[in-house]
Design a protein around this ligand. Sequence first.
Ligand code: GLU
Length: 260
Amino acid sequence: MSTTAPQRIVLKFGTGILTKLNAPEPDPVQLRKLVEAVALLKRAGHSVVVVSSGAVASGLKPLDLTERPTDMTTLQALAAVGQTHLMHAYENLLRDYDLHVAQLLVTHEDLENYDRARRVKTTLERLLEFPQVVPVINENDSVAIEELRFGDNDKLSSRVARLWSADLLILLTSAPGLLRDMSKPEEGPIPVVDDVDVVIHHAQEEKTKLGTGGMISKLRAVQDAVNGGVQCIIASGRHAEQLPEVVAGGGVCTRFLVKR
Ligand code: GLU
């Protein structure tokens, strides 16, 4: 269905689409394209919340590291350094569109606690009363390690989307959507999925065909979101320029419908 009505949209930017294709640190060109897409969506009247990873990746250069470490404590330390660099990058890029970043660092535990989750929601709502503000949410990696360990904020994005009663969650990935077979990207993504449960079952059995656990983590996040009434889209983060079209009902992507 094609629609241009204002929507509440959560955009999830994973580390894989914030970095260069062949290097672990953030790519300023890619960040600019993503920020431009956010600005376009806001200009079209949509309410936009970003869930962004990239703290660990942004900490590599300041700490003179060339590759991602494997131990959890160093990852947490990197995230502590990188988070400020990441926010600085967003602030600088958003300024060109007269927009400002608002940083929210949360944990899954926060969102499971009724009072804290309500506080996050009301803060988010208040921030969005200011049209010049773009809330950017990340896991608070120095106190929680869920997303560092597995998921890269997929689950966090579906929780935020449900908490905020978003209309749409868009997971931007390195793939153009959900492919039937990763070895045949030329076939293009499956345009619409009516029942994500069936797809997850299939994905678990055909892990190699559908790629790594990365896609399964995304499908689980989709499952959580659609169960909470949030329509989801998986689309390429390398083609952020198509986001307005995707939101309007077109573009190259996979749409996951809410079960009625
Ligand atoms: N919250 C983390 C980040 O922003 C998760 C991604 C990761 O493990 O690199 O960097």
